[in-house]
Design a protein around this ligand. Sequence first.
Ligand code: DC
Length: 225
Amino acid sequence: MADSTPAPVIAIDGPSASGKGTVAQRVATELGFHYLDSGALYRAAALVALEAGTNLENESDIAHITMNINVIFDGEHVRLESRDITDAIREERVGVAASRIASWPKVRAALLGRQRSLRRPPGLVAEGRDMGSVVFPDAALKIFLTASVEARAERRYKQLMGKGLRANMAALLHDIRARDARDSERAVAPLQKSAGAIVLDTTGMPVEEVVAQVLARYKQAPQVP
Ligand code: DC
């Protein structure tokens, strides 16, 4: 008889620039699991909306865009059909727009099935804001990563400079605070520690240590054979 147990999920949630992406990718590589960057889906929808000049306050129009985009994860690259949008979606203006459109229930609903369809054997590491609370409530392990606003702004600064993009520390601090408030205060699927999530404060913690802690917790998780 075929095994009907769904593939295990490690849900990693947390605020902007908390290091979720790097940690989730490394954990996925270590375990040979698939990886879902759910923020990239919101960012891709935001990019298309910005380029089309769509009013970000128009929930139906944005939901329509979100339902009709075909985002393809191809290794380290993110594509929209054949167009490589890996760098374009990392721009700060796209992140800010993504945070705005992510508060629309219809936009979130449009992405739910797409996110769940990426759950495949041998397992999935999914990162975002509502992986443990809404998208994969039965995740084998739920992690909530945090770090101080200053540490996160510094990480984002280095990330942007490393990519040759423009960055301004004061503006980044302001943006991260505003995005924290918007992501945490929205009515639908707000950023919050879900029940059963383990909190890891990564301020001053090297990424290797965070990865090691997540892997150790996963090995102790009850559903893991
Ligand atoms: O993780 P990120 O910074 O790439 O995400 C961009 C925005 O998308 C973030 O500000 C909020 C939104 N988002 C969300 O609401 N839910 C998710 N699961 C992932 C991202």
